[in-house]
Design a protein around this ligand. Sequence first.
Ligand SMILES: [Zn+2]
Length: 447
Amino acid sequence: MEIVNEDIESLLLYGERELDLSPAGKAFARNRLLELLQTEPSYEELRQEKTDIETVLDRLTAYAVENGIVDEELADKFPDRLMNIVMPSQDDAAHTYSRLHRDAGRVAAEKYFSYLSKASRYVKKAKPGSIGWPVVGESGDFTVLIPSEDRAEEESGFYPQCPYCLENIGFCGLPGQPAQYTKRVLPFDLDGETWYFSYRQKQIVADEFVAATEKHRPSGEGRSVAAMADLAEKVPSGFAGATPEPKEHEFLFGAKRALPIFTRPVKKVFFDGDYKVSVLDWNFSVVRLECYIKKDLVHAAAKLMKYWRNYAEGNVAYPAVYCTDTSYIADIALLKAGQKNVLFDKPDYYGAFGVIVLPRSLKEDILGLVAALGEKKVDFQRIHDSERLGKYLEWVIQIAAARGAGLPREKALESILSMIGETCIAAAKDFSVDDKELERVVVESQK
Ligand SMILES: [Zn+2]
């Protein structure tokens, strides 16, 4: 018997175990798979074995390429095409979510959709090769992360118009662009408008998600905090955020509430009335607003963010909105313009909350620096003149002065990673506001 029939059965078994495939659904899916793979049903008893799903999909894809069922250049999209057959349809997934939300609550509903997004492999496992390490700050620890791939630039096209458009669901993809066969979305009513929620296909921090408006429309002023609070209610384990840059297609994003900021204690309470305002003991200046009335929280947060952005040129406010059993909370990072350093112009959204994501290209820079520090005599002139490494000259001078030349690989790497950490810590200080000024801003903004 052909191994392809066994692999089809293994895939169906996976659908049954992980993706709620019913007996009738399984029979239906088997016929779709036989048709797609242009093979005959088997008359022999097939082994029902639990095989690693990646192995099964790889083998079925190789079979499809060998037999001319799929073009080699589209082979990377074929596993998702197979998976699509054994997973819930868009409407089934949305109905199951809605039923669970109604009967078992929002926590159970969130769990279902998160599990589905991972088990269907829509959320891709990180490619090996990303590196991360902890950095001890004065007020809490950071994680510095260099992912194995940079997040792709989000470009607009003809169809789908952009990566946030509804037309992406089930789209077969284009060469060089991932397929969306397994993308499923949930309709959410956020601030009186329909938005669509999904997890991110490539994740930098855990359980990253996005919610985008139904229409391909640009971001508007002033409505997003209310939408964030509504979104936060739907994702009880997470937080909702947004960045201030204008967007061609409005979207909000968020992730699991696992960034370092969420474990930091309160340093000082500014105000404790109908709503509570405090500042956190954290490397960046972060104001926490808490209130059990959603409307009031939204109002106070929007006022503070608007005030801060108009307060001085270069100011940014990054909000993280979430809800607990008792309150709606907005942790708002207030950053001012600071010195551009060798790593970034301004810490990005996750950076302000404790996960500093650096570009993938930095890995090659690090290797270049390790090699330079390993030489018997460090060639400062060559580093100065180097297009790639020139900007790190100051680091090299400092490391060579402290530890000498001819550093073994490990020691050089350790020194460079610690330089990166120090640069991040210094930036946190540089872009932060002192507590007195922060208090003034909070009081003035709420008048
Ligand atoms: Zn769009």
